[in-house]
Design a protein around this ligand. Structure first.
Ligand SMILES: [Zn+2]
Length: 194
C-alpha cells in the first residue's frame, strides 16, 4: 500500500484527493443517481461512477473501495459466484480502510489515550466516518500489540534455545571427557540439522 501511495505522490492525508488520484491513474470520474461502481471497458478505459446522493465523506470511501476493484479485480463481478463476490467486497473494504487511513501516516500521529477521542481525530484528519476511524484504529492497535508480542516471544525463544544448547553442551562434555566444548558444539549443530 505504501508503494502505491508514494507512486501517487501521497505523503499526507491532504494528498488523498479523489480527483487528483483519478487523474493520475487515468480514471474517468462521474457522478450518477445509482450506487457507486467502477468498470473497465474493452478498450481499457476505466470509469468510476459515484453515487451523487452520498455525502462527500461517503463518496471518498466509495472511491477507495471502487479503486480496489479497478486495480485488482478483473471481469464483471456480477457473473462471479456469490462467495467470490463477497470475498472481493471484503478485500475492497479492507483496501479502502488502508487507502483512506494509511498505516505509515497513522504511525506518525500522537493520539490521545481515550479511544473515541483518538477515533474522532482520525475521522476528521482522514475524512472518514467515525465508525470507520474507530475500526481502523482498533485493528491497527491489535496488529501493533500482536507484533510486539511476537517480537518478545521470539526473543524469549532465542534466549531459551541458547540456554538449552548450553546445557546440552555441558552434559555432552561431562559424559565424554574426550569431547571439548568446540567439538561438542560441532556435534550438536550436526544433530540439530538432521
Ligand atoms: Zn464493491
Amino acid at each position: 500500500m505504501k508503494e502505491l501511495m508514494l507512486y501517487l505522490g501521497i505523503l499526507g492525508p491532504e494528498d488523498i484527493q479523489m480527483d487528483l488520484i483519478a487523474c493520475k491513474l487515468g480514471i474517468r470520474l462521474k457522478y450518477w443517481e445509482y450506487s457507486s461502481q467502477a468498470i473497465k471497458n474493452k478498450n481499457g478505459i476505466q470509469v468510476m461512477y459515484l453515487d451523487k446522493y452520498l455525502t462527500k465523506r461517503q463518496q471518498h470511501w466509495d472511491f477507495a473501495h471502487e479503486l480496489c476493484h479497478l486495480l485488482y479485480h478483473a471481469g464483471n463481478q456480477f457473473t462471479l459466484p456469490s462467495h467470490l463476490r463477497d470475498f472481493q467486497e471484503w478485500k475492497a473494504d479492507s483496501f479502502a480502510e488502508h487507502f483512506c487511513i494509511p498505516t505509515f501516516m497513522l504511525e506518525k500521529l500522537t493520539l490521545p489515550r481515550h479511544r473515541q477521542e483518538a477515533a474522532g481525530i482520525i475521522a476528521s484528519l482522514f475524512f472518514v466516518n467515525h465508525e470507520i476511524a474507530d475500526k481502523r484504529l482498533r485493528d491497527w492497535q491489535q496488529q501493533e500489540k500482536a507484533y510486539k508480542n511476537h517480537i518478545s516471544f521470539s526473543e524469549k525463544l532465542t534466549e531459551q534455545d541458547h540456554l538449552l544448547r548450553k546445557e546440552c553442551l555441558d552434559a555432552v562434555c561431562d559424559l565424554y571427557p574426550c569431547i571439548n566444548q568446540a567439538s561438542g558444539k560441532e556435534i550438536l549443530t550436526k544433530c540439530s540439522t538432521i
